[in-house]
Ligand binder design. Structure first.
Ligand SMILES: Cc1cc2nc3c(=O)[nH]c(=O)nc-3n(C[C@H](O)[C@H](O)[C@H](O)COP(=O)(O)O)c2cc1C
Length: 181
């Protein structure tokens, strides 16, 4: 069992700390993770050409191919994002849109999906982002496990969010292990 964690933010920020600590929680249950940073990759926008409707393949050739490959080999997909203007970061939304081929090819996907979200204010609007991620989850036929939402990062240190993220990783890891039995 492997998890693909897509971090829609910079390395060494709050969201990436959530990803790293979450992966350590999964590792307690023997689940390995691959964390990818689309910000550091060459990933173009979905242009709505519709080519994927023919064979479930995207006609754009770029680093998204690495993500498609990992997606096909993983049991859990984790989408991680900071809240930007009450929604997901443009980085993760670009990746979500590039999953349009799964609308036409409903095989070769993780069984489960979950999210890790951070927001600076005391009450960020997480719902807009979770509904987008849930839409992808439902489109691909993944079971939605839920989201860890950490608010108030404007008044927090990065290390403050390590423990809850680790615990959430352990919690999800346990669910995955139970599912395999
Ligand atoms: C462009 C931009 C827009 C933001 N919009 C919001 C927002 O609408 N609500 C909120 O609570 N925080 C907002 N924030 C704060 C981030 O969500 C918060 O600082 C986050 O934890 C940063 O994560 P990172 O360290 O991974 O970048 C915004 C930050 C940026 C850069």
């Amino acid at each position: 069992m492997k998890a693909l964690i897509i971090c829609g933010s910079r390395e060494r920020g709050f969201t990436s700390e959530m990803c790293l600590s979450f992966s350590k929680g999964l590792a307690v249950h023997g689940i390995s993770s691959e964390i990818v940073y689309p910000l550091e990759m060459n990933i173009g926008h979905c242009n709505g050409c519709g080519d994927c409707s023919a064979d479930g393949r995207c006609s754009i050739s770029d680093d998204m191919e690495r993500i498609y490959e990992a997606f096909g080999k993983s049991g859990l997909l984790v989408l991680a994002s900071p809240i930007h203007f009450s929604g997901p970061s443009s980085v993760i939304k670009t990746v979500v849109d590039r999953f349009q081929p799964v609308w036409f090819r409903k095989r070769g996907h993780p069984a489960f999906a979950a999210a890790l979200l951070s927001g600076g204010s005391p009450a960020p609007r997480f719902n807009n982002t979770t509904s987008i991620f849930k839409a992808l989850s439902a489109t691909a036929g993944m079971e939605w496990f839920g989201a860890l939402e950490i608010s108030g990062t404007d008044d927090k240190e990065i290390q403050d969010i390590a423990e809850p993220s680790f615990q959430y990783g352990k919690e999800i890891g346990l669910l995955l292990v139970k599912d395999q039995k």
